[in-house]
Design a protein around this ligand. Sequence first.
Ligand code: EPU
Length: 416
Amino acid sequence: MDKIKVIGEQTLSGKIYISGSKNSVVSLIPAAILSNKVIIEEVPKISDVSSLEEILKYLNVDLKFEGSSLHIDTSNMVNKDITNEYSTKLRASYYFMGALLGKYKKVVISLPGGCSIGKRSFDFHLNGFEKMGARVSNVGDLYTITADKLMGADIRLPFPSVGATVNIMLAAVLAEGRTTIDNAATEPEIGNLIEFLNNAGAKIEGKDTSKIVINGVDKLNGGKIQVIPDRIEAGTYILAGIMNGKNLEICNIRPDHLTSFFDKLRQMGANFEIRKDSVITNKVEHLKPIDVETAVYPGFPTDLQQPITTLLLMADGVSTLKETIYENRFQNTKYLNEMGANIVINEDTITVYGPTKLSGKLVKTSDLRAGAALILAALSAHGETTITDIKHLLRGYSDLIQKLTNVGAKMWLESE
Ligand code: EPU
């Protein structure tokens, strides 16, 4: 299995360019099947995209990359059962539920995969489909969802779930009549999807608000979209710059997507300067401890909770971090403690006792953002760190090693 080796304590200088957002592109690709010919620009080089490409090819969809633009042509597409060989490679495989149901009124699909960070049920998605007139049944892991006719419905989500908002929207675009989603997620990736669908002829209102209204249309005509910059990748490299940077510039970002993250960095006394579409970061000797609580957008993103934990290790005092979205998103702390940290877990909250001097160790990636937290730790640690199980990292960070070595990190991939 591949591993990453890192020699820590190198100064990072220069520019890192942020790629297209993972959580946007993984909904844009399944959404593309509702249309005939589409182009998705700024597609990141991550394995979640490769897994979606495999599903599209299996469904006889024609694909072609020109640089980072993905051209998708669904003229010869066929609806087939998506078995666990395809579905378990990533979470977002379940967006084919909404998309295939919307297009063919029938989908047979196995359970999705993705990071093991909590229960991650998808009952809101299924309840939404049922409200629109679909029937849902399952035998073991295989779900069959069918509808004679999909009808617009008024749906109120019990929690502003990103996945449920996307999936219901995908089913509703070609349904008959008007669908409303109340208490919808407002994450910027949802806005990117709305823009894409509307470019292709959908009628969706309420972008960036918690009430989305979808007026069903008969068909979508080709469209084009640029994937927004990945705010979590940006946050990860900004943290690297605050820990080890000397004029490290993180470029191609949307600062307005990172407001609550910047607020926390400011509270800590971090050294960073926000420009129009970049941030310049510098290491400071002393950081203040803070309290962080994750929340839905625009609150502090759960996907930056594990990465910022590594920064909290450097603060002069005791910080706390409360995770409110997932039940099991502290698996990074075990390995950080092995590297010299003192982090105590108490139910949904961790207490981080800083400051800590980390030392290089053999550590294992349990999930995507835990992997990011360990990369950040390895970049700061004294000596050599070996990070195993890096498949999780490759799901979400485009050209990770190249981007970091370009700015001075000493790290490399070792294959066995
Ligand atoms: N939930 C339910 N029932 C549902 C749907 C959600 O109980 O039907 C619960 C979940 O169990 C979870 C919470 O609601 O506790 C939030 O789930 P949400 O549906 O919002 O998350 P998601 O769609 O599964 C996406 C991202 C995650 C990101 C979250 C929150 C994708 C593919 N994944 O997940 O990204 O953490 O939104 O912003 O878009 C990552 O990138 O590392 C990652 C995990």
